[in-house]
Design a protein around this ligand. Structure first.
Ligand code: GLA
Length: 392
């Protein structure tokens, strides 16, 4: 889909007069550091070159009109700024409306309505953060259209607004990783983010003769109906138990040795596994970034594999679909590392695959998946792109 076609669609739906502007926000893939972002740990995601395009025009009244080219049958959805109510939305407009509501909550009341056309090329419900992408596209649109300076609401503020909207408008208790990666992404770099204080560093992803390949399980998932919130509260309870014996603010503060020393304070074996994942995964992420800095892709790949095992056995968020994709990847030629990415329970895996093995990877992993699961997976060889912004 070309941007001109999206603009053309806007003109067809809403007319071509006035000041029509275009925005883009990417999707994201996390290379390592899963379920650590709400445990004061580290993550290592990057923005993709696929994402959400948004064409918008400000109105003079308080009406809202939305059209998604991904949901043509749904048609134009009309609403109004008078009807922004957390938890009430039943369709995709929950994401842009949540951002408008958040702007108001944060002291930037949205006074005029908008006509908006969206088109996304992130596979829906794939775990590549299509919803956070819509949030950030809306965020950059509102900031621009409302004439708010970029140092008044920074990109990090917009990421926090997106998380706030997700937590309070849509009822998903997510961490900051997705919105941060989408807001702050940079071409060919991943972001090493410490979620305890939002300090971050860009790290060039130099894979030499290999590429990032995403395999989408096509098992749909939504965070709201997943066990995401349950995992989060298990970690909170485990943290509270550990806090009785050690003064810590989050599981991410613990080294492996410290955790092993005090872990018996956790009184339930399931919670113990959850906390173990959070602590070990955080340390793995730190090691993985250090390995990448030294151009040691082999160690990086091994840590990706270990991450999957921990997500499968300790955190229990993988499932047959993701395990099948990852195990087939581990058995394929030219694979440096492979793991599930995102929240889990369906969604995608991320693999680093040698260039000359990619065709064979897609064929053999695809066949093994279809054979076991009964329907096909989709594969995407992806590039790391820039964060959200205005399109010139
Ligand atoms: C989802 C959430 C993120 C993060 C991941 C798991 O993508 O939105 O905040 O918790 O799951 O790492």
């Amino acid at each position: 889909m070309k941007i001109d076609e999206i603009k053309q669609c806007f003109v067809e739906k809403f007319g071509g007069e006035g000041d029509i502007r275009t925005y883009f926000a990417p999707g994201r893939v996390n290379l390592i550091g899963e379920h650590t972002d709400y445990n004061a740990g580290h993550v290592f995601p990057c923005a993709l070159t696929i994402g959400t395009y948004l064409v918008a025009r400000k109105r003079t009244d308080r009406k809202l009109r939305f059209y998604s080219m991904n949901f043509e049958k749904v048609g134009v959805i009309e609403s109004s700024l008078e009807h922004l109510a957390a938890g009430s939305e039943k369709n995709w407009t929950a994401y842009p409306k949540g951002m408008m509501w958040t702007f108001q909550e944060k002291g930037y009341p949205v006074k005029e309505g908008y006509d908006m056309v969206l088109f996304g090329n992130i596979p829906n419900g794939s775990g590549l953060s299509s919803s956070a992408s819509v949030e950030l596209a809306t965020g950059v649109m509102l900031r621009d259209m409302m004439g708010i300076a970029e140092d008044k609401i920074t990109m990090i503020d917009l990421a926090l607004f997106g998380q706030f909207s997700e937590n309070h408008y849509n009822g998903v208790n997510c961490g900051i990783m997705d919105q941060f990666a989408i807001a702050m992404g940079r071409k060919d770099q991943a972001i090493f983010l410490d979620t305890s204080d939002l300090s971050y560093q860009y790290a060039p992803v130099k894979l030499k003769d290999a590429r990032i390949v995403i395999a989408c399980s096509n098992k749909k998932r939504g965070l709201g109906d997943s066990k995401y919130n349950e995992r989060r509260s298990e970690c909170e309870t485990a943290l509270a138990e550990l806090q009785k014996v050690k003064d810590i603010a989050g599981l991410g503060e613990l080294t492996i040795e410290e955790f092993e020393e005090i872990k018996d304070a956790i009184k339930d074996p399931v919670r113990m596994k959850r906390a173990r994942h959070a602590v070990y995964e955080n340390q793995r992420t730190i090691q993985a970034v250090a390995a990448l800095e030294k151009d040691d892709i082999t160690t990086f790949g091994q840590l990706m594999n270990d991450s999957h095992v921990s997500l499968r056995d300790d955190y229990e968020v993988t499932g047959i679909e993701l395990d099948t994709l990852v195990e087939a990847a581990w058995n394929a030629q030219g694979v440096i590392g492979s793991r599930m990415t995102g929240a889990g329970f369906g969604g995608c895996t991320v693999s680093i695959v040698k260039n000359d093995a990619i065709d064979n990877f897609i064929e053999t992993v695809g066949a093994a998946y279809k054979d076991k699961i009964g329907y096909a997976a989709d594969f995407y060889v992806v590039d790391i792109g820039d964060g959200a912004g205005v399109l010139k």
